[in-house]
Design a protein around this ligand. Structure first.
Ligand code: GUN
Length: 292
């Protein structure tokens, strides 16, 4: 039976350090500020935005939650982004993805001041990740996964890491992060996706399997070798009449069967999710520190 990697407990450790740095900043009359912009009323996005706002308040950060109607135009959103770029009380800006279809998301990301791009989606920050320039911002979920592995004393250096999924939010930046030339990375990384052949052969050769494809229970026992480490990034809502919300959250990994084979595994919820928010807070504090 696999050891459970407790994201909530590891996130608490991150908050302990952050609280100390925030207190030091506040003693110099500086308060890190985060603006979260939500366009439309996607229920999952609303839930994420609420938890980000709540965490900011809990840490004593300045938090601005901007909720715009689903009819918002590209121009209106660009104007709001420009205002936040100029606002000296705001150090980090996050525009919740995915926006409604009339919004050109890439153009919005390019309009962000890269120094406030705590999501790490701006081309300047993507370039810094490729180069290995530590002044850039790395997307929160990849950063959270690296932190989970380090804090769980799982060797990344020299390990074969197989990532399922090539998204700009998780798969691609995670591959770049874990292949960097430093002691907290140095992995041999393989990225597989919907067009990869013989998936099972590749995933079975992994020391660490990371699933980020958004398909409930996709990774089965036959995909992993005995003793592999399994990180589940998926947060999928599946209908569940027995639950009072009418749904429950399941990962991309068939937890019940895979946990019998793995040496360590993250649960859903309570694994990667809490780390993503912790890294958003950490990136916001970093943005503030770098602005001083
Ligand atoms: N939607 C899902 N994950 C994320 C994220 O990390 N950042 C933003 N902006 N939107 C998301």
């Amino acid at each position: 039976m696999a050891r459970l990697i407790e994201g909530r407990a590891i996130a608490e450790k991150v908050y302990l350090d952050l609280r100390q740095e925030i207190a030091e900043m506040k003693s110099k009359s500086v308060t890190p500020g985060l603006a979260v912009v939500l366009v439309g009323d996607n229920p999952a996005s609303r839930a994420y935005v609420r938890s980000k706002d709540k965490m900011c308040r809990d840490l004593g950060l300045h938090s601005v939650k901007l909720e715009l109607p689903s009819s918002t135009t590209q121009m209106e959103l660009l104007v709001r982004v420009e205002e936040l770029n100029r606002d000296p009380t705001i150090h980090g800006i996050l525009v919740q993805s995915p926006p409604p279809k009339q919004i050109d998301e890439a153009a919005i990301v390019r309009a962000l001041d890269p120094r406030k791009d705590v999501d790490g989606f701006h081309p300047e920050n993507v370039a810094k990740l490729v180069i290995g320039d530590p002044s850039g911002f790395v997307p929160c979920t990849p950063l959270g996964i690296q932190c989970l592995l380090i804090e769980s004393k799982i060797d990344i250096s020299g390990a074969h890491v197989v990532i399922l999924g090539r998204s700009m939010i998780v798969g691609k930046p995670l591959a770049l992060l874990l292949m960097q030339k430093n002691k907290d990375a140095n992995a041999t990384v393989t990225v597989v996706h919907s067009q990869s052949g013989d998936l099972e052969k590749i995933t079975r050769s992994a020391d660490i399997v990371i699933a980020a494809i958004g398909q409930p229970n996709f990774v089965k026992a036959e995909h992993v070798r005995d003793g592999a480490v399994v990180i589940d990034v998926g947060i999928n809502r599946v209908e569940d009449a027995a639950s009072e919300r009418g749904y429950r959250l399941v990962g991309d990994v068939a937890f019940h069967e895979v946990s019998k084979k793995a040496s360590a595994i993250t649960p859903v919820p309570g694994g990667v999710g809490p780390m993503t928010i912790a890294m958003l807070m950490s990136n916001t504090v970093k943005a503030c520190r770098q602005s001083l």
